[in-house]
Write a protein that binds this ligand. Sequence first.
Ligand code: AMP
Length: 122
Amino acid sequence: MHSYDPQNIFARILRGEIPNKTVLETEHSLAFHDINPAAPVHVLVIPKGAYVTFDHFAAEASAEEIVDFHRTCAQVCQMTGVMPGKGYRAITNAAEHGMQEVPHYHLHILGGRPMGRLVDPA
Ligand code: AMP
């Protein structure tokens, strides 16, 4: 069901095949700046494991990976100044209706300006 493409761009970043602007790296997670930022703060947090979507990660990752991932997100919020501060939005897109572009689970942390409505009306 969750078939993972090892050639996706974030897998290549994790293998060191293409560069990234790292914010924080831990045993199980990597946080780096989005190449096409949609806000003054736009950081992507990814697990190092081969997970396609949020639900895949939530269902199959180990407790250690899940804790590491969320602690990394918390540290990124502090390091970028969005919290404590004026706040942020955390977004994850999944598959076709979620309009996911890169099929490796990632959380977008966006801030530095008011983020507008949650979603566009359909
Ligand atoms: P999504 O639509 O949720 O899959 O978002 C994928 C995100 O990855 C987009 O915001 C892209 O700008 C970002 N992205 C794509 N390639 C890279 C890259 N090489 N380094 C950093 N961010 C990237």
